[in-house]
Write a new protein. Structure first.
Length: 360
């Protein structure tokens, strides 16, 4: 039967790389957004399996065959991200192109600009492959977006809404800040976990004493994870990881000096240090957890390149996340109305910052 005259799908997604993350993007986009998803993967068996599992509506054997799309998500291995992003920008017409890589600075700096906006969902699993993909993988997860200063507002809005539609919480951040924070909160902890395992192995020696407790298991859960993937991540974020390791070594040296001082005063300092670290951990885990109602900020902005990205990055640097946004061009197309939704507690500060950005 011919489908001539059939209406085109309302939302189209292209996925480049059909592993755990790419497959989950496809499943979530189909189930939650009703999107039509076309996927590419260089492995024919993976393409076939992705179709069987419903991760994509159809799969193609080359990027140029993906066709037009509203959003193109590059979920390739770390070493292939730059090439795949360039291919998506060149061949997926009409799309805002993003990726899911855990480092951003090199990719953003090397990109041709629009239509690419970097992305990184803080979601994953201990397993890999499209057979483990699931539509709820991103539910409630932070999804970083790293626009350039000149990224088009309409593309950022479209990508922001797409991420919300997948169930994630989009957070705009500068690409340099992203890599520094990922080194501190993810990459360096992986290195430290590896070192803890090596240290414990040396301490145990030839003994077979069952000494592994919950503290060790919790602190080393990520040790040795996915060697090819993590080798690529360490390489891609080398400078930030090295800086983070230097800072960690300095903290350990200070802790050693404190523990080595065998005095009553030092013992009191150790207890105070332990308590202070507990307070800092609770504060870190509470960041971004403020709930409550959202407040709408509506304003008219000039139609100039990068104005929306500038607003989003400014609020991000102040610790204010945009939970939702919408753009509406004015009839003369020289300006537009933007609505931003932020947490009620942040509304006054957000409005003041926005007004500063827009001040002549």
């Amino acid at each position: 039967m011919s489908d001539a005259g059939a209406e085109p799908p309302s939302f189209r997604v292209a996925v480049l790389g059909l592993g755990l993350i790419g497959g989950s993007v496809g499943l979530a986009a189909r189930e939650r957004l009703g999107a039509h998803v076309v996927g590419f993967d260089p492995d024919p068996a993976v393409r076939e399996r992705a179709v069987e599992l419903g991760a994509v509506d159809r799969a193609v054997d080359q990027v140029a065959a993906l066709g037009d799309a509203d959003v193109a998500v590059v979920a390739a291995p770390v070493h292939a991200l730059r090439e795949r992003i360039a291919e998506a920008c060149a061949h997926v017409a009409g799309a805002v192109v993003t990726d899911v890589g855990s480092t951003k600075h090199a990719l953003v700096e090397a990109s041709p600009g629009d239509p690419y906006i970097g992305g990184h969902p803080l979601a994953g699993a201990e397993v890999a492959g499209v057979e483990h993909a699931r539509a709820n993988l991103f539910a409630g997860a932070t999804w970083y977006l790293t626009p350039r200063a000149d990224s088009e507002g309409i593309l950022l809005e479209r990508l922001h809404r797409f991420v919300v539609g997948l169930g994630a919480v989009p957070t705009v951040i500068g690409h340099g800040d992203h890599d520094r924070l990922m080194a501190a909160f993810s990459h360096v902890p992986h290195v430290v976990a590896n070192a803890l395992v090596a240290q414990a192995t040396r301490a145990l020696g030839e003994e077979a004493i069952p000494v592994v407790g919950p503290s060790f298991r919790d602190a080393t859960r990520v040790a040795g994870a996915n060697p090819p993937l993590w080798a690529g991540i360490y390489d891609a974020n080398r400078e930030a990881v090295l800086d983070g390791l230097d800072a960690t070594i300095a903290e350990l040296q200070a802790a050693r000096a404190l523990l080595a001082a065998d005095t009553d005063d030092a013992r009191g300092q150790v207890a105070a240090w332990q308590a202070a670290i507990g307070d800092q951990r609770r504060a870190l885990l509470d960041i971004g957890m403020t709930g409550g109602s959202l407040h709408e900020i509506r304003l008219v902005v000039p139609n100039r390149p990068g104005v929306i990205a500038d607003l989003a990055l400014t609020l991000s640097r102040a610790g204010i996340n945009i939970h939702d946004m919408s753009l509406s061009p004015q009839p003369d197309f020289r300006s537009g109305e933007v609505a931003l939704w932020v947490a009620e507690d942040h509304a006054d500060r957000a409005r003041a910052l926005v007004e500063e950005v827009l001040a002549p």
